[in-house]
Ligand binder design. Structure first.
Ligand SMILES: *Cc1c(COP(=O)(O)O)cnc(C)c1O
Length: 458
């Protein structure tokens, strides 16, 4: 008999989960105005809201916390962290920050000027925010394949070189850098191939434009390159990661993802001018350059997290679990964005709740139904998140309407995946009877999804 796959770790510490009854959940969801962001975490059984900062640290990371050096300047923790970043990414200059958006804020304060154009493969919301708040423009140059949710291609996060060249040509002299996001979060955690990374940076460099890698899920991206791209099967994750970064000029990192810490981020580069420029913004925004908003112990845990999460077994366990859940959904015929990416599943709510009119927000309705069914918290990535058109103030129904289920790193077991899949199946089986959705009672003018108050229509 073939020995089956199993996790590359065992469990040393557990955190009890709280179950609830359907009656309780109905009450809680009503009190939360049908917005799962307003639920208390203890009212949730399995939390798939985000994979950011929700990972479980290893025994070695917890041990590193005890070794933290809390000196204001020059702490050993900084040098340990700096050495690990230098080793994994090959960048000499390293600035810690308290999270990914802080890294963007510090670096972009130096690089982005009013009127600039910054192309990228689907900028993450905070990245876009930090560009637009400086009166610059973010232009999406993701490949067209990413738009077809059912198309199975290995590197759906890739940059379209044609789209990129058009932007570079039309805006010569006005593009301070390009943002290459790995994996491509916005289109579903889809990877970018090494070939595309190389060709993207060659093209940018031909136009004299540097490339900044938005690196939150760089290790998952390296895993997909190893598994899917010719010539990489025998390379280690660390070798692949190192190669990815030889092509680009700098990185911003949300360490809350592939760093497997609960808080943290950094900037790294070989460009001395950028380093000197960014340093000036680190001090007022984040703190002195050897701690950047983090505790010494956090820097230690992050160094360890980067080291162990760039090992194959860790990533195999992680991606295997996400793919296991996707396999169950295939079995039940539940439509999701294909192929599944590295950190989350995106359920196509329009194809599930066909009887709920788009004006009543099918994906938000599905998010509510899944919570009511089994206490599972997902997140709407759809018409509510899309906000209103800034000019007409109409809802924007042009994009996709998805329920995102993020899988936290090293937190849940495959049995929890079975619970998620079964709960989805139960909702799916009674989809025809769900004919009404939700209506907005109150909303903020911008980023409304966090605080929106809804009413359930009957
Ligand atoms: C999470 C994320 C960020 C922002 O990082 P935070 O740590 O949440 O501030 C930026 N880019 C990408 C691709 C991300 O996934």
């Amino acid at each position: 008999m073939e020995i089956p796959f199993a996790e590359a770790w065992k469990i040393k510490m557990i955190e009890p989960l709280k179950k609830s009854t359907r009656e309780q959940r109905e009450q809680w969801l009503k009190e939360a105005h049908y917005n799962v962001f307003m639920l208390k975490a203890e009212q949730v059984y399995i939390d798939c809201l985000t994979d950011s900062g929700t990972g479980a640290m290893s025994d070695r990371q917890w041990a590193e916390l005890m070794l933290g050096d809390e000196s204001y300047a020059g702490a050993t923790s900084f040098y340990k962290f700096e050495a690990m970043v230098q080793k994994i990414f090959g960048f000499k200059y390293v600035i810690p920050t308290h999270q990914g958006r802080a890294a963007e804020n510090v670096l972009f304060s130096y690089l982005v000027k009013e009127g600039n154009v910054i192309p990228g493969n689907a900028h993450f919301d905070t990245t876009k925010g930090h560009i637009e708040s400086r009166k610059a423009r973010a232009i999406d140059v993701t490949c067209d394949e990413a738009r077809d949710t059912q198309l199975e291609v290995p590197f759906k996060g890739n940059v379209s070189l044609e789209k990129l060249e058009k932007v570079l040509k039309e805006n010569e002299g006005n593009v301070p850098f390009m943002v290459l996001t790995i994996t491509n979060n916005t289109v579903g955690g889809q990877p970018v191939s090494m070939k595309n990374i190389r060709e993207t940076s060659e093209l940018c460099h031909r136009y004299g434009v540097p490339v900044v890698m938005d690196s939150a899920r760089f290790a998952e991206n390296a895993y997909f390159i190893k598994m899917r791209e010719e010539g990489y099967a025998d390379k280690t994750i660390k070798e692949i990661a190192r190669e990815m970064y030889t092509h680009v000029d700098a990185m911003t990192m949300s360490a809350k993802k592939d760093g497997v810490v609960n808080m943290g981020g950094f900037i790294a580069t070989n460009n001395k001018d950028w380093y000197e420029g960014a340093k000036l913004y680190c001090i007022p925004f984040e703190g002195f350059i050897t701690y950047g908003g983090l505790n010494g112990r956090d820097l230690n845990a992050l160094a360890q997290g980067l080291d162990e999460n760039t090992e194959f077994d860790m990533l195999e366990t992680r991606i295997h679990q996400v793919q296991y859940l996707a396999g169950l959904l295939d079995e039940y015929g539940i439509p999701y964005q294909r192929p599944v990416g590295g950190h989350a599943l995106f359920i196509d709510a329009d194809k599930v709740l066909c009887n709920v009119p788009k004006e009543e927000f099918p994906a938000q309705t599905l998010t509510c139904e899944l919570y009511l069914e089994a206490g599972i918290r997902g997140c709407e990535i759809g018409y509510i998140l899309a906000d209103r058109d800034p000019v007409t103030r109409e809802n924007r129904f042009g994009g996709l309407d998805l329920l995102r289920l993020c899988i936290a790193r090293r937190v849940y077991t495959d049995n929890h995946m079975k619970v998620i899949a079964a709960a989805l199946k139960n909702v799916y089986d009674r989809r025809d009877s769900i004919t009404r959705g939700v209506a907005i009672e109150w909303e903020a003018p911008l980023m409304r999804h966090f605080t929106v108050q809804l009413r359930r229509l009957q």
